[in-house]
Design a binder for this molecule. Structure first.
Ligand code: SF4
Length: 512
């Protein structure tokens, strides 16, 4: 059992950390999965569902299973494949399960903040997983503190010592002494602000809900003998489930032995995250009817029209830049090829090279293919630029491999604003596009030219109406009004709570 409180950093599976772990690209905010299927091995279905959603969160993973009498939760730091083995999954028996893979947005990356969260209730217990990030955490904390019974403060600290928005929601849902969990959820959900796709369960019932803006994706699927919900439809395909439909913005779904019930708890006001199309979702996902791979190829085509250049080779930064690079090549007529090789086992180590080793040029995840690059004018396509250090290192690698010219093309507009709805970019001051023009950024990263797709071009490639998309990290127009800056931030609750007693390293929480 690893130290439950250790902080493992890096190893997020993104190419960009290979070169500079201090210049990580956008980090996603969790994958969620839930299944109600009596007679099926729900723990293994959840494991494979999470495996398909691993790109959405790589800091910790967990599964909760109910056999109708009790809920077992198993969670730990690390990748899904590191947290679970055959014998652990065999011990998780039941007819109903939820799973979670986490990247932290509110609350540090610790075991105590890993999900599913767990709380006893008056008539059993609940477990919950969350994709997204709430922006009224301060209000939720006050609501939890105002709960009757044991001091709210104790309730916040809870048995797990969690310091995240999700645990506050769990505490609010768990408090339903005089009503059902279903009814309690219909009271609590309209009071949440921000981005959320929740899956949760008690001993008998699976629940799922999506915020009224539908910022993060959530889909409903069908098995021969049950139902599934997942962040992306690729997770349904992985376990052989068919897609039924998206969970609608403002909808709560309830699944039990009586079948499926749907509640509309808020008027939908769709503002889906445009960055899901650019980078976050798997290319085989379909969001609001638009296949993500097709959208990315189209972004590359538009980029080629907006920023053409004479060159000999179009190459992607693998894997995220590949669809856009193929679109750029197809539109421009310039041959497409691989100029970088990615280590297939990225994300499987948490060990980062020391600064000295880095300076010696150790490249964990990426190498240049010299015979593809030498003597050529290169167009290199990536999805986004955050701080710029990564692109600087890539351009240098290409020049060292003999590139005559390096033209950088980016399939999203300049990222100038932070995200408060579940994606961790960087602070405003750290974003390179904030102080510099594209020409100055090109000079800073050492590129001959740099072209970002236009906002309009990116949006049109998604096939969605512009007013149904959140574009805040590009425009600064936040669709859900933000509270004062002092009430936002990843460590909001750590800053106001004392640390709980450490040492609860047991991975299984058993509700007797
Ligand atoms: S701010 Fe950007 S990353 Fe965040 S939800 Fe909006 S579009 Fe997505």
């Amino acid at each position: 059992m690893p130290d439950a409180t250790s902080k493992r950093k890096g190893g997020d599976g993104r190419l960009t950390t290979a070169i500079d772990p201090h210049d990580q690209g956008p980090q996603d905010a969790c994958g969620v999965f839930g299944v109600w299927a009596p007679g099926e091995d729900v723990a293994k279905l959840t494991y494979f569902g999470l495996y398909a959603l691993q790109h959405r969160g790589q800091e910790s993973a967990g599964i909760a299973v109910s056999n109708g009498r009790q809920i077992l939760v198993y969670k730990d730091m690390g990748l899904v494949s590191q947290v679970f083995d055959e014998s652990t999954l065999d011990s998780l028996k039941g007819h109903l399960a939820i799973g979670h893979s986490r990247y932290s947005t509110t609350g540090a990356s610790t075991w105590h903040n890993a999900q599913p969260t767990f709380r006893p209730t008056a008539d059993g217990s609940i477990a919950l997983g969350h994709n997204g990030n709430l922006i009224n955490t301060h209000e939720l904390r006050e609501m939890v503190q105002a709960l009757p019974g044991p001091a709210g403060e104790l309730e916040i600290r809870g048995v797990e010592g969690a310091t995240n928005d999700t645990s506050l929601v769990t505490a609010l849902l768990a408090h339903h002494p005089d009503t059902s969990l279903e009814q309690r959820a219909l009271e609590v959900l309209p009071q949440l602000r921000g981005a959320y796709c929740f899956v949760w369960m008690n001993e008998h019932t699976l629940y799922a809900a999506r915020d009224p803006q539908g910022i993060r994706p959530l889909v409903l699927g069908r098995l021969d003998r049950g139902w599934v919900v997942a962040s992306e439809d690729a997770a349904l395909a992985t376990i052989g489930a068919s897609v039924v439909r998206e969970v609608e913005p403002g909808e709560m779904i309830v699944i039990d032995e009586n079948g499926l019930r749907s509640h509309k708890f808020a008027e939908p006001a769709r503002k889906g995250c445009v960055f899901e199309y650019v980078y976050l979702a798997r290319p085989d996902a379909t969001i609001s009817g638009r296949n993500v791979h097709e959208a990315r190829v189209e972004m590359g085509r538009r980029l080629a029209r907006e920023f053409p250049v004479d060159a000999d080779l179009v190459m992607p930064v693998p894997e995220s830049g590949t669809p856009a690079a193929s679109g750029y090549a197809a539109e421009s007529g310039i041959p497409f090829g691989q100029g970088f090789v990615k280590n297939a086992y990225v994300g499987r180590t948490f060990i980062q090279p020391s600064q000295t080793l880095r300076q010696l040029g150790i490249r964990l995840k990426l190498n240049a293919l010299e015979h593809m690059i030498r003597g050529k004018r290169i167009v290199v396509v990536d999805d986004s630029i955050v701080r710029g250090n990564t692109q600087r290192a890539q351009v240098r690698m290409l020049r060292e491999a003999g590139a005559l010219e390096v033209h950088v093309r980016i399939s999203s507009p300049p990222v100038k604003w932070p995200c408060f709805y579940g994606i961790d970019f960087a602070t405003r001051a750290e974003l390179i596009a904030n102080g510099l023009t594209p020409e100055e950024i090109a000079a800073s990263v050492g590129a001959d030219t740099l072209g970002y797709i236009s906002l309009e071009g990116m949006i049109e490639a998604t096939d969605q109406p512009a007013d149904s998309l959140c574009q805040a990290c590009f425009t600064g127009q936040y669709p859900i009004e933000l509270p004062d800056e002092s009430l936002l931030g990843k460590h909001l609750l750590e800053a106001t709570l004392q640390s709980p007693t450490m040492g609860r390293a047991l991975p299984v929480l058993n509700n007797p």
